[in-house]
Design a protein around this ligand. Sequence first.
Ligand code: HEM
Ligand code: HEM
Ligand SMILES: [Fe+2]
Length: 457
Amino acid sequence: MLYSSQAVAKPYFIAAIALFAVQVLFGLLLGMQYIPVNLPFISFITFDAARLIHTNLLIMWLLFGFMGSIYYIIPEESEQELYNPKLAIQLFWVFLSLTIITFLGYLLLSYATFAKITGNQFFPTMGREYLEQPTIIKLGLFIVLCGFSYNIAMTVLHGRKGMINLLLLAGIVGTTIIFLMAFYNPSNLVVAKYYRWWLIHFWIEGTWELIMEAILAYVIYKITGDRKIVEKWLYIIVAVTLTTTILGIGHHYYWIGVSEYWQWVGTVFSIFEILPFFFMVLFVFNVVNCTKCQYSNKAVKLWALSTPIMAFLGAGVLGFLHTLAPVNYYSHGTQITSAHSHLAFYSTYVMIVLTMISYAMPILRNRKIVNGGLSQRFEILAFWLMTVSMFFMALFIAIAGIMQVYIQRATDLALPFIEIQNSLMILYWLRSIGGVVFLIGVIIYITKFLIAKSNNL
Ligand code: HEM
Ligand code: HEM
Ligand SMILES: [Fe+2]
């Protein structure tokens, strides 16, 4: 470690991994509820509560992962200690408490009771997908984001300014400002829809994408040691992201009650949203000449090279599959959306956080740059189990989605919804088997930290 304040990243990474495991466990419970398995602990948790936990914990732990990554990268890139390491640790405990309260509230209370006791009636912001957290929790999260942005901004402003740290700063300040929209919940449904889409999708297709690109660039720079080429590619990728996202987000306005021209604008611009992912694939394969680079942490190389390929598949290809307005007319809100949500979130954000943890954790634990051999092998096995099972889960659900669209919307059979879902049962079974393999991958991934020994490379 070059700067002692980089150590604040460690608790963030540990919390991220723990919450990741819980999030996946609840995904598996959801998957089980789709198929007729009546285990008592499954029916104890209702589908809606498990879904809230699954999606909300995902957002929370990814933020933990980003914060850890950024706290680790910023001192190095700014060539000085973090402005206020104490604040970083205090904010960690605040954020963890908010996350645990939210989790327990969803688990133990009915959503209506949780809303009532947290005073949603006085300032209603709850009830929208991904923004289900009580208003007071949102307020706490906003304060955490502000403190985090302040700490990072002060460090960057006092230190060396490069492409990577400026981009990270822009990413987190943007994320914080965009989060303000969570507090605006107008009664006009069309306007309210705009704000929900702006918040979530300017995050995941905008500021989060910038953060992801900066983290990827940092890790690739660490592997290759060539800052100039990395920064050159980063300029291109960021420029393409920014120019495609703002109007590309129009692919969410098709059916929310706005003018029809959005079907054209959204379709045309969102097609180009694939480009940044395509450039990221070109970037990593051009820059990492593996015959030359003798980087000893093989797991990091695997994560870093696979992230753009998987992101191209999950966000790019599966995104393209339903982004054209005439296709989306049929596919909107079906299992096709779920297939894309899973592979896109896993490939862009889960994988980039795990890439960074793979790079930074051995250093944070004083293992030089790599864990011992057995631990490396565990990590690589976990990588393959998680990545391959997620690929197949998305594939099965995409097939379920295509069949659903065909039977439910493209023919005149007019079968009841549940009957159609029943005819897709085999695919839901296969998804659950994929989910079990994914969970085994997560367990092996966690085991790797427990068996990590120092390596004298
Ligand atoms: C890192 C891994 C995972 C990520 C990133 C993830 C992400 C998501 C997201 C974003 C949603 C909301 C989907 C939407 O609104 O379209 C969701 C829902 C869901 N997830 Fe996951 N998930 C993961 C793992 C799993 C696993 C292992 C299973 C097990 C089978 C699973 C099963 C489900 C189910 C059944 C739903 C509800 C879909 C519905 O409402 O019909 N997920 N997940
Ligand atoms: C950057 C990574 C991305 C992530 C994590 C992601 C995730 C998601 C999620 C979670 C949803 C469901 C949203 C909800 O119901 O609230 C969604 C919807 C959608 N995404 Fe993405 N996405 C990404 C990139 C893309 C790209 C690049 C495209 C287009 C090329 C795209 C096209 C779409 C479309 C068209 C929908 C709407 C589906 C519907 O109408 O039901 N996404 N995405
Ligand atoms: Fe989008």
